[in-house]
Design a protein around this ligand. Structure first.
Ligand code: XLS
Ligand code: NI
Ligand code: NI
Length: 431
């Protein structure tokens, strides 16, 4: 036991309780036949909560954590505190990058030894905790060696380095029983087209992902491989721009049945979409895997990674998740960080607890909307004409036979209301 959280006891569900408790998140409450904990599958993100020092483009570290430093002792202390937070929150999952959990070595071999030692330490910690691994991933964007990309690097040696890194992280994810493995290509993009060969870089990225999928099958990893789209930041342009773009890429490389999406709220906003747009599209394409829950500041235009606090937005997101049948391997990862003035250990607990409550409220609203059925019945009614056998015949036929319909006597399609305001009023009854 460390003294970081000063004996803070696990948070309880208590709708009328004091400051530190859950008022809405009741893991055991049944919604649509499933416990709330199993619907939401919350994960704590190691990088924001334990590795991020509180810097911004104008200033450095504000957090002075006792585990900041580059020794294995620091890394173990970090893990001790992390598991204490998972237990205080009752978080069923956590997520990491290799670079969050181990000190960087002087060589690849040294980094690998550090990493494997920590993975073993995690195995021990997981025996005494209910926290499981939602996903692992490789940080192939922070170190300067990745500045020109990982798999898309103009230097083939960096492709090899990236292959070794992902292999290591995928092996560790499998060893810890991870539910998914995520690839987010922070540097897989360009800063200027003047030095970039788009055709080569796309092919390298496609081959790399095929190799990752082959390796997953080779080692018998049962988790899902997820790509996380983002349009820009840190690169000026990132290749995995949004769900639609990634789907086209997966099709080109024959991976659409193998790879799903990890969709992040803030990235959807950066791409000019709503979160529910990205979720609905992924669900309609059969590639909805998992979500990174956070929010951006709508005025600032970059990935501010704040904890969620908008119930109506979160409700519409979970509505799409529920309609898609809920998460199977995926979950709700808080890819969110404290504000840099939030220095106290209690801020780390309160931020997650509040976010878990917001998600619980959103999920309850979503389940109630689905249960009520008005939205779905109005949507179905709007398309009812397409359920007629003659309409389906038209779809199966050719252009000339579709065109022939208009020759029937009195054929005169009438516009009908889209009922947007009525639908919005319905949503507002639930959120
Ligand atoms: C950054 C991404 C990153 C991924 C994991 O914007 O959200 O944190 O989720 O590499
Ligand atoms: Ni992000
Ligand atoms: Ni993310």
């Amino acid at each position: 036991m460390t003294d970081f959280f000063q004996d803070q006891q696990p948070l309880q569900f208590d709708p009328d309780g004091s400051d530190l408790c859950f008022r809405h998140y009741n893991p055991d409450e049944i919604l649509n036949g499933k416990r709330m904990e199993e619907h939401l599958r919350f994960a704590v993100a190691y990088w924001h909560s334990f590795a991020w020092p509180g810097g911004d483009p104008f200033g450095g570290e504000t957090f002075e954590r006792p585990w900041f430093g580059d020794t294995m002792e620091h890394a173990r202390l970090k893990a001790d505190v992390a598991f204490e937070l998972f237990d205080i929150l009752g978080a069923p999952y956590f997520c990491w990058h290799d670079a969050d959990i181990r000190p960087e070595g002087k060589t690849f071999a040294q980094s690998r030894r550090n990493f494997e030692e920590i993975i073993e330490y995690f195995e021990g910690k997981m025996q005494g905790s209910k926290a499981r691994l939602l996903w692992g991933t490789a940080n192939m964007f922070s170190h300067r060696r990745f500045m020109s990309g990982a798999a898309t690097n103009p230097d083939p040696d960096m492709f090899a380095w990236s292959a070794a890194t992902v292999k290591l992280c995928l092996d560790a994810t499998a060893r810890l029983g991870g539910q998914n493995y995520v690839l987010w290509g922070g540097r897989e993009g360009y800063e200027t087209l003047l030095n970039t060969d788009l055709k080569r870089e796309r092919k390298q990225a496609g081959r790399f992902l095929q190799m990752v999928v082959d390796y997953k099958h080779k080692i018998g990893f049962e988790g899902a491989i997820l790509v996380e789209p983002k349009p820009q930041e840190p690169s000026k342009h990132q290749y995995d721009y949004d769900v639609a773009t990634v789907y086209g890429f997966l099709k080109e490389f024959g991976l659409e049945g193998e790879v799903q999406m990890n969709i992040e709220q803030g990235h959807a906003i950066l791409a000019g979409h709503s979160f529910e747009h990205e979720l609905a599209l992924a669900s309609s394409l059969g590639i909805l895997g998992s979500i990174d829950m956070n929010r951006n500041d709508y005025q600032s235009g970059w990935d501010t990674d704040q904890f969620p606090n908008n119930v109506p937005e979160v409700a519409l997101a979970y509505y799409e998740v529920l309609k898609a049948g809920g998460f199977s391997k995926g979950g709700t990862n808080f890819d969110a960080k404290l504000r840099r003035q939030s220095l106290d250990p209690i801020d780390l607990i309160a931020s997650h607890a509040g976010a878990m409550d917001i998600c619980a409220r959103g999920l309850k609203a979503a389940a109630a909307m689905l249960d009520d059925g008005s939205l779905e019945s109005m949507r179905n009614e709007r398309y009812a004409g397409w359920d007629l056998p003659s309409s389906q015949q038209m779809l199966a036929g050719d252009l000339a036979s579709a065109a022939a319909k208009v020759d029937a006597e009195g054929f005169d399609p009438q516009p009908r209301s889209g009922k947007q305001e009525i639908l919005e009023n319905i949503v507002n009854r639930f959120v």
